[in-house]
Design a protein around this ligand. Sequence first.
Ligand SMILES: CC(C)[C@H](C(=O)O)[C@@H](O)C(=O)O
Ligand code: SF4
Length: 424
Amino acid sequence: MGMTLAEKILAKASGKKEVSPGDIVMAKIETAMVHDITGPLTVNTLKKEGIEKVWDNEKIVILFDHQVPADSINAAENHILMRKFVKEQNIKHFYDIREGVCHQVLPEKGHVVPGTVLVGADSHTCTHGAFGAFATGIGSTDMAAVFATGELWFKVPETLYFNITGELKPYVMSKDVILHIIGKVGADGATYKACQFGGETVKNMSISSRMTMTNMAIEMGGKTGLIEPDEKTIQYVKNAMKKHGTERTFEIIKADEDAEYEEVFEIEVNDLEPMIACPHNVDNVKAVREVAGTPIDQVFIGSCTNGRLEDLRIAIEIIEKHGGISDDIRVVVTPASREVMLKAMEEGIIQKFYKYECVVTNPSCSACMGALYGILGPGEVGVATSNRNFRGREGSLDSEVYLVSPATAAACAVKGEITDPRDL
Ligand SMILES: CC(C)[C@H](C(=O)O)[C@@H](O)C(=O)O
Ligand code: SF4
């Protein structure tokens, strides 16, 4: 029987010829990542268990992104603990406060290896499935086991296949596609499933747009999101590895022709409109026009979902075209990484955001989690390009968050209320 992409990667990583959904496998890990919030518990667990040496100091990536620069004594203590661990263990790939969000930095620096298993102590690790890896978020104590042994057990998930066809209309982005899918499937509709996205629409998408899709697989409960690698993937990965001296050999794995999917969803996007996830659930998805006119207080453009160059480009294009942002609101822009920031500077995008009175922050998780800055107060309403809108996600329990694409976020910034970018 044929195997899906997820099954083939897990079979290879566990040295088996064939695996089926439900099998328990022990898989070799190619890349393991922790950040400033989840790393300390991993390190303390290793210490408690008396593990003196990590399994491979070149396969571990440690990165600070959630609370950077340190915004509290507690954050500073976490950073100190992790820097010490990096020195003690001679961890080769350590990115201090300067690089940006883990899920952007990992592929940029060539740490995402197609056809392998990647784990991160962060739930949006599924993002890296955009490169044809089996990538999933795990807990800090599971990560201690990985740091010690380089292996982890998995139950092989069933695969849901989303066949996406048609051409996206102007101002409709991959974020609208994934919001539409989550609205259909539900926040727990893909629990522990591998969510594979394919079809001509995905093939035509940029790598950044693909990452937006896989990033949100977890928002429908997915164990991972996956996209079959193609020429674009290979070029991206090779360039990143070459640029940063992180070369690793890799094999392009594709699903078998006769792979068995638990369910195939046909998603046709020709008539798809800009979509919005309304408070307080990611699957509370509507067309933007249905809630147009809702007053807002803040717009956040950034995060591992939509803080990349193409996102900043479309946002500033819309803001500039319409002469700036509303006086009644504030706009926080956070490039996902230092590399994105530098390119956006070269293109004059950052200067324009400042010109139009947006606040541009250092690359980080920023307002996404309500932990660093851009925090919403009681009664406030935020529009964000990030991936979660649970009660209190961006601050006060009495605040509300609407999730949108960067084009819609920019339209909301221009009007100071929820706005479909086609209606400006
Ligand atoms: C802090 C971290 C554990 C968390 C996650 O795992 O997702 C964060 O990144 C988030 O998006 O809520
Ligand atoms: S940007 Fe948001 S979703 Fe992404 S890792 Fe940071 S806090 Fe989590």
